[in-house]
Design a protein around this ligand. Structure first.
Ligand SMILES: Cc1ncc(COP(=O)(O)O)c(C=O)c1O
Length: 366
């Protein structure tokens, strides 16, 4: 049995009858940029997250960049984030001319470790970007306790965690900004690029709406140094259809995770840990083990290709060679990079496919 690591075609096939009329309607409307679908989708996301405002942008990366720009972060400022993630949050800090300050991750949740964040605070720290990695929220209670008294802004990177909760709070609803990606592989993925910033701050929402269209409030009058970063009508129309399925898809991801979990109990692997109070939406289901590369080859030989993320923590990437970060600086991120192995995880996986993946993993350790 061959099991693709991702299968976006299967998602399309399951939704074709809903997607095609929505796309057709958007095409026929003659309105392609910042029209009724974007507005409606923004309202729907704001309601889903429980935030006052949602502003559609071109990607999750732009969501982070516009959020930092809205905070007027620039040279001389420091922003703390994790080195064990996709590069976008670090890139957004660098684009502002601010200093990237990495703090190591918690070995259990793989999200920012609040005590490591505390060690890295200085009087130049302007913002913290916790990444809700693999579908689980970072410990925002503790991070907020560090940030609030120092007036440090929290910018939540929710790219992998739409629908996740911590207690009663949804991902994206606690920080000044919650930044979402609709990259096709995300739990809510467009058929192209897309992103969203949510906020409860009226002034910040207004600023974001200006920043995404070249800093204008009134056409051809530019008040801010802006960007061209808009969500397309077509993508918004597609995302509106998919949003109706998100909760069900996240439930299915959680059910698959529970099945993997039960099958792998007792194996010499570290299973994903869900912090108490967290509602995990399993964007990624990753196990960790010492013989990771061998296990990956065993899976591949049995028709189950996998993809390692993240194989090299950000502080060791070539692009940051001039920053002077050395191996050993962030030991938890480094050891996680060597041990991590994401397994196939998407709602369209059949029970039979899930059982097969579990069986092939278990066989390896026999
Ligand atoms: C944690 C994280 N942040 C930000 C991004 C950037 O999103 P985008 O690809 O939409 O720019 C991604 C993924 O793509 C991500 O995984």
């Amino acid at each position: 049995m061959n099991i693709p690591f991702l299968n976006l075609k299967a998602q399309y096939e399951s939704l074709q009858s809903e997607l095609l009329p929505a796309v057709q309607e958007a095409l026929a409307s003659g309105h392609y940029i910042l029209g009724p679908n974007v507005k409606a989708f923004e309202d729907e996301i704001a309601a889903h997250v429980g935030a006052r405002h949602a502003v559609g942008v071109n990607s999750g990366s732009d969501a982070l960049t516009l959020a930092l720009r809205a905070l007027d972060i620039g040279p001389g400022d420091e922003v703390i984030t994790t080195p064990f993630t996709y590069i976008a949050p670090a890139e957004s800090i660098h684009q502002m001319g601010a200093k990237i300050v990495f703090a190591d991750i918690d070995p259990k949740t793989l999200c920012l470790d609040p005590s490591e964040v505390e060690r890295r605070l200085t009087d130049r720290t302007r913002a913290i970007i916790p990444v809700h990695l693999f579908g689980q929220m970072a410990d925002l209670d503790l991070i907020r306790k560090l940030a609030a008294p120092r007036r440090i802004a929290l910018v939540e990177d929710c790219a992998q965690a739409i629908g996740a909760r911590q207690g009663t709070r949804a991902a994206g609803s606690s920080g000044v900004f919650g930044c979402f990606s609709f990259y096709p592989t995300k739990n809510l993925g467009a058929d192209g690029d897309g992103g969203m910033v949510v906020t409860n701050d009226d002034e910040m929402a207004k600023k974001l709406r200006m920043l995404r269209v070249h800093g204008i409030e009134r056409r051809y009058f530019h008040d801010l140094h802006g960007f061209n970063s808009r969500l397309d009508e077509l993508q918004a129309a597609i995302l509106r259809v998919k949003l109706r399925h998100l909760d069900r898809w996240n439930d299915r991801r959680r059910a698959i995770a529970a099945r993997y979990h039960a099958a792998f109990k007792g194996l010499p692997v570290t299973l994903p840990f869900t912090a108490p109070d967290n509602h995990h939406v399993f964007h990624v289901y990753a196990i960790q083990c010492e013989r990771r590369d061998e296990l990956q080859r065993h899976l591949e030989a049995n028709g189950i290709p996998t993809l390692i993320y993240y194989p090299l923590p950000l502080h060791l990437q070539k692009v940051y060679a001039d920053q002077g970060w050395k191996e050993g600086a962030y030991p938890v991120s480094e050891s996680t990079s060597r041990r991590i192995l994401p397994l196939p995880m998407y709602p369209e996986l059949t029970d039979e496919q899930v059982e097969h993946v579990a069986k092939v993993v278990v066989e390896f350790f026999r």
